[in-house]
Design a protein around this ligand. Sequence first.
Ligand code: FDP
Length: 344
Amino acid sequence: MVNTQKIITPEQNLDRDCTTLSRHVLQQLQSFSPDAQDLSALMNRIALAGKLIARRLSRAGLMEGVLGFTGEINVQGEWVKKLDVFANEVFISVFEQSGLVCRLASEEMENPYYIPENCPIGRYTLLYDPIDGSSNVDINLNVGSIFAIRQQQGEDLDGEAKDLLQDGYQQIAAGYILYGPSTVLVYSLGRGVHSFILDPSLGEFILAQENIRIPEQGSVYSVNEGNFWQWDESIREYVRYVHSQDRYTARYSGALVGDIHRILMQGGVFLYPGTKKQPNGKIRVLYESAPLAFLVEQAGGKTSTGTQNLLEVIPEQLHARTPLIIGSKIDVELAESFIKKELC
Ligand code: FDP
């Protein structure tokens, strides 16, 4: 009789090496020190927020209170969506009683949110955009969350969080969660960029790709051309040039995280330049451009305001904005060259 029973080795038991996010953080830091444990726990909490938001999004349209507007206008002067409020509160609730974070600052809140019970021990501040690309929510397209972790400096006794008004090099970690066909978490601790995919059956983010490198040059340019006549002539010149080149194609999803994810994987450039009405553009320094610049630079890409490296930008206030050019080195330099030419 032929023995058809297969011998399954431990490796074959698993589809792949199931490295979880918390294990990966400890591996990255090569340490089990209290600081490493804290960062691992912090990333775990951010992942938990991502899972809760992904679950809510997957039920959009099936349950009350997910879609549509609240009827309020936020500190940015934008209409608030119900999901913005939900996601903002999710990040707060996962950090309450965590002992990890003393302050959270978000695009949705005028002032930082303090968690006094964490303060004697929580030395970290979480900065986040709970839902990036909100206009996509009601039509079932991708959205994201963006986050950065900074060390609290000083006691912030006046509650003004002035220590946050520093450049992007002060970030200890940064990343985003992309809620698309699958939920993907991409992060960096300043030691390369790594991506994880949420396995819904396990409820865990599992390592997908380590040390992601952004191609030096790509074929995608991503910009809202609806603003064409609102831009400076230099940006218009750049876009006309791009139109004249066979090698470029346009992609713009309406959610920065989705467009950046494409560029991180395949190369290209994303731009949100200033406009006549908003000379600094739309993208917030602390919650969007600095965290994404941290990732893109770690992946070997380039970031710019047009005249300055994005990580060097020091915001004048918590909700400051900056023009954004970010992506593959050669593509960013090309866009920059049009701006610098006009300045000469
Ligand atoms: P949203 O305001 O919908 O949250 O920075 C926010 C952002 O979306 C980006 O995600 C997106 O790329 C951009 O704004 C879309 O704005 P425009 O409609 O002005 O292009």
